[in-house]
Design a protein around this ligand. Structure first.
Ligand code: ZN
Length: 349
């Protein structure tokens, strides 16, 4: 059992330790640190000196224990003082060594595919006119791809579409027109929609043909819709896409699902209609850009829309082909070769 003297001594030492911890936490400058050192370690009146003097009052058998307690305290004080000194010497904040004159590190974040960007540009023009964007399946039935659009079985116009059949009745859609049928089945007029998407034909890849390409069709159905609406809308669209000065012409044509039908040409951007040798327009000065026409009444009958009450028009264009023309690209295959040198040119932001 330690004597009451030793216990009091121990308590005094514990009190000093607490005091040391509390005061250390307050130290902010070297002067305060010196004062703390003086208070605990001064040879004249420091706490340790006083404790060492008190050792004389202990019986010989308790002296080593008491001595160890004082030593432990002394070590703790010294450690704490050293740590405080190091903390005060350390700079307040680490120096930032950034050379602002060096060029920055550019990371390539990626961009949408050029076809997708061009598709969005077209969609935005139609969205601004109150159209909405619709989507449909890429695997279609013969009915939606052909029959409902006025191509009866064995109709010669079917030969124009080199169709990729999956079974007798299932095929990869050759145009986005089946989506027109699907929308008209669900929705009654007024209808104002554009339908972008992938379409498929049995073509050998060459600079202007691919077995998969992108199409965008438009459809308007309402009471009193005339060819004048078709012409006005397409002119507005083409001027927004190619600039106000672009020359446009409508040329009579034939499609099974529209009557009358017209193909729309714009003046050749490549030669400005000035080069008789131009490879883009073949020297004609005109480039066919889309097909259009008034929806055939039979198509309306197929989807239970009364052709006596409603009329409408539709158009379709190849997104890739139009993008080629707009950007001056000579080979359609560049779009799908995934060569980043090609694709990054369209990162215009
Ligand atoms: Zn030309």
């Amino acid at each position: 059992m330690p004597s009451p003297n030793l216990r009091t001594f121990q308590n005094t030492i514990d009190a000093y330790k607490t005091k040391l911890a509390e005061q250390s936490a307050q130290i902010q400058d070297p002067k305060a640190l010196d004062e703390l050192r003086h208070q605990f370690l001064s040879r004249k009146r420091g706490y340790v000196t006083i404790l060492l003097e008190e050792l004389k009052t202990f019986a010989p058998e308790e002296k080593p224990t008491a001595g160890q307690l004082v030593n432990a305290l002394k070590n703790e004080i010294q450690e704490r003082l050293e740590a405080l000194e190091a903390r005060l010497k350390a700079p307040a904040k680490p120096k930032r060594e950034i050379d602002l004159t060096l060029p920055g590190e550019k990371r390539y974040r990626g961009v949408p595919h050029p076809i997708r960007l061009f598709q969005r540009e077209i969609e935005d023009i139609f969205l601004s006119m109150g159209f909405s964007v619709e989507d449909g399946p890429e695997i279609e039935t013969d009915y939606y791809n052909f029959e409902a659009l006025n191509f009866p079985p064995h109709h010669p116009a079917r030969d124009d579409w080199d169709t990729l059949y999956i079974t007798d009745k299932l095929l990869l859609r050759t145009h986005t027109s089946p989506v027109q049928i699907r929308v008209m089945e669900k929705q009654k007029p007024p209808i104002r929609i554009v339908l972008p998407g992938k379409v498929f034909r049995r073509d050998v890849p060459d600079p202007t043909h691919l077995p998969m390409f992108f199409q965008l069709e438009g459809l308007v159905v309402d009471e009193g819709i005339t060819f004048a609406h078709l012409k006005g809308t397409l002119e507005f669209f083409l001027k927004r896409l190619f600039g106000d000065k672009i020359k446009i012409r409508f040329r009579p044509s034939f499609f099974p699902f529209t009557e009358p039908s017209a193909e729309v040409d714009i003046e050749c951007l490549a030669c400005g209609a000035k080069d008789p040798e131009c490879r883009i327009c073949g020297g004609t000065g005109w480039k066919e850009i889309l097909g259009s026409g008034m929806v055939d009444p039979q198509v309306f009958k197929n989807v239970n829309i009364d052709p006596e009450k409603y009329s409408g028009w539709a158009f379709g264009l190849g997104i890739d082909r139009t993008a080629m023309f707009a950007y001056g690209i000579s080979d359609m295959r560049y779009f799908f070769e995934n060569d980043l040198r090609f694709i990054r040119q369209f990162d215009l932001k």
